[in-house]
Ligand binder design. Structure first.
Ligand SMILES: *Cc1c(COP(=O)(O)O)cnc(C)c1O
Length: 964
């Protein structure tokens, strides 16, 4: 570095953020290297990352920017977005996120940094929030069961199609019917899914639904163009013909409309966005999925259920499907893993805060304004396509060009149908003044209509766009939860009370292997709330979203450089969705080469469950490749299977470094074997945190990878979502990644259908990853990777005497995570990996990943963000727990009564007047000095999973059980 550059760098302190993101200090690094008997970081990396895949240079990225500079640059991009008044609708609506929810949930690390609630004892807060969400969905849809969110409405509809096929034992048909008046993006995604599931599709007017021999059907209610039709006759005709029915609907409309469950729907799906979640240029928001009781065992996604704890108290947890992919793999019913937990919580809280009364007011106002607009238009002799509506009108026979011109001068977006009709959707943010402006836009200035006069007429005549048969008659949200928190003070305390039940990164490290729970920096999070990112409709005209496009293009370019691929598709909104998108691209490419018959997918036995589940979704046949005793892919087995299937080989799905926490030295060769036998290489990028700046999947043989931006690139986990799973592809696959029917994407084949509802998935959280890369720069990113590897190796070193490390690389090092084997201990002592996981809660920690990828083990991933102080605290806890196990082994403590099997300990335990335990209360709840100084209390005792699965209850518990 020249003297001048160094001076300037010092003056600007560009790399200050690197020290904030990376936990270990220089001294920490020296201490850890010393513990490993190493001199330099480079020694560790050389011994860990195979030399034949090393990048050998710094990534070509801009110099790091300070937090202030990055935010300033993003603000410039944001200013290139124009927030206009949107009446586009089509599944995305204006809404007011209550400020108490924005500040205390969306912008609160206590909520957004939590993990998926696999450890229920330390997750009761978000589990209750998600249970509320399920209850809201069940009440409004009139269904018996709802899950705790899917990725978006379009994929929820596609999941519904798959569930119809699985659940409909009576129909032999292979055809699915989609009404022609559904959202175009929903049809787009369904087309892609149907093609690769091998289903045929029929589209037609909804009233023809029962005229076809189909296994299932989808209708929208209200329809995409706003019609509110009594579906009961159609749905019952369908049931008579053994057709399962799915209704796509809208929660706010259902406040006033008869529930689809009452009308006879088997499945109801939709988007909960307008319950307080900004449009965000397409996401993230939580889709909902509700079914009748008979489908409960095959519903996709996570379901929160009620169970009890070891004291017999009510306790919540994820019900049976929780680990479905890991258990059923290619026989799983869906590949959904990360969903939209944070947004589901927000939507549930929106309903909690407003209650039935508030929701009726909001929906009633929206409907009254829509009715008033309709009346005015009728008086001005404009014809409407439908004589029913909730919030959306479709104007026909109008001069769309003129309207468009006037709309532009008023900064108003409308929906323009291909045939020249104009669509207008009102929402919670629409005012009477807005409707007056709409009259000007739609009719020109001379219309002479007065909103106040029209409103008087509407009210006096009792005018309504909802047909009598479609009026809602039943009550909803009668549970106390939805009636208690009307004042902001009450709501604030409710949110805080729930937050306090949960353990998040705001308390301690969350060493979950494969999940990469690293810092989600505040500076990265701030732009997500900016109106010029939050309030944009995904179908807004291109010139209004220039800032988004530039930000996405820049992020794509960063990620292309990081991965070594040629092109990036930003559409998939989870890792599993990225796997699906990547495999779809492979199948499309192979079909275009005349190789469409290739359908064998090789998957190592160590793979994450989503891999085989995704392969099954594109009708690939999964052939499992074995691992050797060191955890590496058995190369002989790989070669034999690739050659055996060479005429059918479509792809391999590899995770690198492997889920066993090692950089396999033979990865290049593995890729070559597959290529030589005609297959494509999918590299699961979930472990990218061990690669960034050191090696690139695109260089060592990958054709396509997904990146979990919610792991490696700092998007917070949100308690189970949101996420983003963009895929990097080599040039030959680029034309085959997903396009979008409403907002086409440059450089992608027009006929490549979508995998997500929005062109860029959950676009509004992309500034997080953009800011991370911008603030770290090439050196910061590489150092982060090196520190992630150092931290993991230091943990392996500190724990190896207490717990055997299951797998190591050639030189005895591990990658960015390590697996400790609990099986020998369990055999000797009877104490299980689960007991250790629960006991860690008493020490104030979240457990490592349990029993994945190897049953009976714990997988620890510290990430680069944890300091030596925190890592030592964790290792101290693990070693102390090992000593406790020794006291069980020695017989000092009985196997059925010791601090491990009784863990976690609650305040109720300590208050127990009848303390019948061979250890004292101090050891139970305050085993270390750190815990004495700052105690996190698990809210419930150990949760009984079996009880909850046997009698599945997924609604809010009865009032008696609810006194807390
Ligand atoms: C997390 C993970 C996935 C799935 O990603 P989601 O975003 O949860 O869908 C796939 N593979 C591996 C190895 C993972 O760790």
């Amino acid at each position: 570095m020249s003297l001048e550059t160094r001076r300037l760098a010092e003056l600007a302190d560009h790399d200050a953020f690197i020290k904030r993101h990376n936990g270990p200090s220089q001294d920490d690094v020296a201490t850890m290297l010393k513990a490993l008997n190493m001199q330099h970081m480079e020694d560790l990396i050389e011994q860990t990352v195979p030399s034949d895949i090393r990048l050998g240079r710094e990534l070509a990225l801009d110099d790091p920017r300070s937090e202030a500079e990055a935010l300033e640059y993003l603000a410039q991009l944001a200013r290139q977005n124009r927030v206009t008044k949107s009446y586009i609708g089509q599944g995305y609506y204006g809404t007011h996120m209550p400020a108490v929810i924005q500040r205390n949930v969306l912008e609160n690390p206590g909520w957004y940094t939590a993990y998926t609630p696999y450890q229920p004892e330390i997750s009761q807060g978000r589990l209750e929030g998600l249970l509320n969400f399920q209850q809201v969905v069940m009440d409004l849809t009139g269904m018996e069961l709802a899950n705790a969110s899917l990725l978006d409405e379009a994929t929820a509809a596609a999941e519904a199609m798959a569930l119809c096929k699985r659940g409909n034992k009576r129909s032999k048909s292979n055809v699915f019917f989609v009404a022609d008046d559904v959202f175009p993006q929903t049809l787009d995604v369904i087309k892609t899914r149907a093609e690769f599931f091998g289903f045929d599709l029929i589209t037609g007017p909804a009233e023809e639904l029962a005229n076809h021999d189909v296994f299932g059907a989808l209708v929208q209610y209200p329809s995409a163009s706003g019609e509110v039709r009594d579906l009961a006759p159609l749905l019952s005709a369908a049931a008579e013909r053994n057709i399962m029915t799915c209704v796509a609907s809208d929660l706010l409309s259902l406040v006033l409309l008869k529930e689809p469950g009452q009308l006879g729907a088997d499945i109801v799906v939709g988007n909960s966005q307008r319950f307080g979640v900004p449009m965000g240029f397409g996401g993230p928001h939580a889709a909902f999925f509700a079914t009748s009781d008979k489908l409960k065992r095959s519903i996709p996604g996570r379901i929160i259920g009620v169970s009890k704890d070891s004291r017999g108290n009510t306790a919540l947890r994820m019900a049976m499907q929780t680990r479905e992919q890991h258990i059923r793999r290619e026989k799983a019913t869906s590949n959904i893993c990360t969903a939209q937990a944070l947004l589901a919580n927000i939507a549930g809280f929106y309903a909690t805060y407003h209650g039935a009364e508030g929701l009726r007011k909001i929906a009633g106002r929206v409907h009254r304004l829509a009715t008033l607009l309709a009346e005015g238009l009728k008086q001005a002799s404009v014809s409407l396509a439908h004589d029913s509506w909730f919030d959306t009108l479709r104007l026909t026979g109008v001069d769309a060009g003129k309207i468009h011109g006037r709309a532009m001068t008023h900064d108003i977006n409308l929906h323009y149908f291909a045939n020249g009709d104009v669509g207008i959707s009102l929402d919670e943010t629409t005012t009477a003044h807005d409707v007056a402006t709409l009259f000007d836009v739609l009719l020109g200035d001379e219309h002479g209509l007065a909103v106040a006069v029209l409103d008087e007429q509407v009210v006096a005549n009792g005018a309504s766009g909802i047909p009598a048969a479609c009026q809602r008659e039943s009550d909803f949200l009668s549970h106390p939860t939805f009636n208690r928190y009307r004042s902001e003070t009450e709501m604030l305390r409710y949110l805080k009370r729930l937050e306090n039940k949960d353990l998040s990164l705001a308390h301690a490290m969350i060493p979950l292997g494969s999940c990469t729970m690293k810092l989600n920096a505040t500076s990265e999070m701030i732009p997500v709330s900016w109106p010029s990112f939050a309030h944009l409709h995904p179908f807004a005209p291109r010139d209004q979203v220039a800032g988004y496009h530039q930000m996405i293009d820049e992020l794509s370019a960063f990620l292309v450089e990081v991965t070594g691929y040629d092109h990036l598709s930003m559409q998939p909104n989870s890792g599993a969705q990225g796997e699906y998108a990547g495999l779809v691209a492979i199948r499309r490419y192979q079909a275009a080469q005349g190789e469409g018959h290739r359908d064998v997918c090789l998957i190592p036995s160590s793979a994450h469950g989503t891999n085989p589940a995704s392969a099954a979704m594109v009708q690939m046949k999964v052939v499992v490749v074995e691992c050797d005793q060191n955890g590496n892919i058995d190369m002989a087995d790989l070669r034999a299977k690739a050659e055996q299937h060479r005429d059918q080989l479509s792809a391999i799905m590899l995770t690198y470094p492997s889920t066993h926490g090692v950089f396999e030295t033979s990865v290049r060769e593995a890729c070559k074997i597959v290529h030589d036998n005609g297959g494509q290489v999918y590299i699961d990028g979930a472990n990218m945190n061990a690669q960034v700046g050191l090696t690139r999947p695109g260089d060592f043989g990958g054709d396509v990878s997904h990146l979990n931006l919610h792991k490696t690139f700092c998007i917070p986990h949100g308690g189970g979502g949101p996420g983003m799973g963009p895929i990097g592809v080599k040039a030959h696959l680029a034309p085959y990644v997903s396009n979008h029917v409403v907002t086409p994407i440059n450089g992608v084949n027009a006929e490549s259908g979508a995998v997500s509802a929005a062109a860029f998935g959950s676009a509004s959280i992309l500034p997080i990853s953009w800011a991370y890369i911008k603030m770290m720069g090439a050196r910061g990113l590489r150092e982060a990777t090196e520190l992630a590897i150092l931290n993991a190796n230091y943990i392996a070193k500190r724990l190896e005497a207490a717990f055997p490390i299951l797998y190591r690389g050639q030189n005895g090092t591990v990658a960015h995570e390590c697996i400790i084997d609990i099986r020998p201990l369990k055999a000797a002592s009877g104490i299980s990996e689960e007991d250790i996981a629960k006991r860690l809660m008493d020490y104030g920690f979240h457990a490592p990943t349990m029993s994945f990828p190897v049953p009976g083990t714990l997988m620890i991933e510290p990430t680069e963000s944890e300091s030596l102080y925190e890592i030592d605290r964790f290792c101290d806890a693990m070693i102390a727990i090992r000593d406790e196990i020794a006291r069980v082994e020695s017989g000092e403590w009985p196997l059925d009564n010791n601090p491990l099997v009784n863990a976690p300990h609650t305040q109720a335990d300590l208050m127990d007047s009848d303390w019948q335990r061979p250890y004292d209360r101090q050891l139970a709840a305050f085993p270390t000095a750190a815990v004495q100084a700052a105690k996190y209390w698990p809210a419930v005792n150990r949760v009984d999973n079996v009880f909850g699965d046997r009698q599945l209850i997924c609604s809010c518990p009865s009032i008696d059980e609810y006194r807390n």
